[in-house]
Design a protein around this ligand. Structure first.
Ligand code: V47
Ligand code: SF4
Length: 357
């Protein structure tokens, strides 16, 4: 049941910069006071970054869509022998990068859990990319992939992450978090690592000086309580490590295999961005990922607490396999236009949020 008003008590806490608790967050999700919540989140964003909105020149590489996990919401993955399955050699990836028409300074590499590739494939991949593109920062491998690598390497979690770092890994992306609630995970992605393992992997990365992002896949079968539980778990880890850079709410792109008639509305997208900004008071950035939101909602999200819109994203495959209607890529000029038309200051960054001229 939607309540139009958020109680004055919650707004008083927000404007006094007091930390919100789970009940406050839940009240915000149940409210339909989109503008009140948005105004508060926008003010929280401007306190941190003034009018600045960050973007990057990046491209994606998905080395393979073969995956031994088959999450129900994932239209990208394939099993061995299935139509559309692919696996790229390291040379193919290097050629793709060399042939890239537009320059990039961040590479986002994620893929399926290949049934046969050894750990050495991944080490060689990132070290060769660094050799050919030394200025490029590598944001690679979700916690789900890192867990898979620990089984291949036999080096344990710390040893595996340290090896990857030594070969050129700069930071971890935020994927694989989905929704931490185990009941929802059991229904949507039973083979995936548990939430506690996802958090443990990010904690270990932070302790080794590897920054990371965090995501939440919302708008499918989860409840508002599940979203709040997810946000609180992230805030708690961030309190202890400070290693997260951005939180990215991922707007679910409906696929037939998930039995739900729900999908995130524009209002839900904006409210989720805004509430994330208000609850995750220790996260530097909330990212409005235009690939999943579409450019227009992404632009409006800049008035709801988002201070990052990701990047040019050449060749996105995961959301587009699920039918995302956003463009396949944006040019730098289009990104700047999107930000400045919202009367914000467009700031180009690298993967670790240093400003790039
Ligand atoms: O973990 C899969 C999600 C994620 C669907 O860290 C889906 O900067 C919506 O994590 N609808 C991968 N989402 C993408 C990701 C990401 C993207 C951009 C930037 C960063 C970052 C991270 O995509 C997966 C999964 O949660 N996903 N299927 C779907 N149908
Ligand atoms: Fe595999 Fe990741 Fe897709 Fe799940 S979301 S099936 S782990 S590629």
């Amino acid at each position: 049941m939607l309540e139009w008003h958020v109680s004055l008590r919650v707004f008083d806490k927000i404007y006094a910069a007091e930390r919100l608790d789970s009940d406050d967050a839940l009240e915000l999700f149940h409210s339909d006071d989109l503008f009140g919540i948005g105004r508060a989140a926008s003010s929280a964003a401007e306190t941190r970054h003034d009018k600045k909105v960050y973007y990057t020149r990046n491209r994606h590489i998905n080395p393979t869509n073969l995956c031994v996990n088959r999450c129900k919401f994932c239209a990208f993955s394939r099993s061995v022998g299935q139509d559309g399955a692919y696996a790229m050699t390291i040379d193919e990836i290097l050629h793709t990068l060399a042939a890239s028409a537009s320059p990039f300074n961040e590479l986002h590499i994620v893929g399926g859990l290949h049934p046969d590739w050894p750990f050495s494939y991944y080490l060689e991949l990132i070290s060769k990319i660094k050799l050919h593109h030394p200025h490029v920062q590598i944001k690679a491998f979700t916690a789900v992939e890192i867990d898979h690598f620990t089984k291949l390497s036999g080096l344990g979690l710390q040893g595996t992450l340290s090896k990857l770092k030594a070969h050129g890994l700069d930071m971890l992306p935020g994927g694989g978090a989905e929704i931490f609630n185990e009941g929802v995970r059991a229904r949507l992605c039973p083979e995936k690592i548990h939430a506690s393992r996802w958090l443990e992997i990010h904690e270990a990365a932070h302790n080794l000086g590897i920054k990371s992002n965090a995501t939440m896949l919302y708008g499918h079968i989860e409840t508002y309580e599940d979203r709040v539980e997810h946000l609180m778990a992230l805030r708690q880890l961030q309190d202890s490590t400070g290693g997260f850079q951005a939180f990215i709410p991922l707007s679910y792109q409906p696929v037939d295999a998930v039995e739900t008639t729900r999908y995130p509305s524009g209002i839900d997208d904006l409210k989720t961005i805004a509430i994330s900004r208000l609850v995750l008071d220790n996260f530097p950035h909330i990212k409005a990922y235009w690939i999943m939101l579409g450019q227009k909602i992404c632009q409006i999200a800049l008035f709801f607490g988002a201070t990052d819109i990701d990047g040019t994203v050449i060749e996105e495959k995961i959301a587009h396999s699920a039918g995302a209607s956003s463009a396949p890529a944006l040019t730098t000029a289009e990104m700047i236009h999107l930000i400045t038309r919202a009367h914000k200051e467009a700031v180009q960054r690298n993967a670790t949020y240093e400003e790039v001229q």
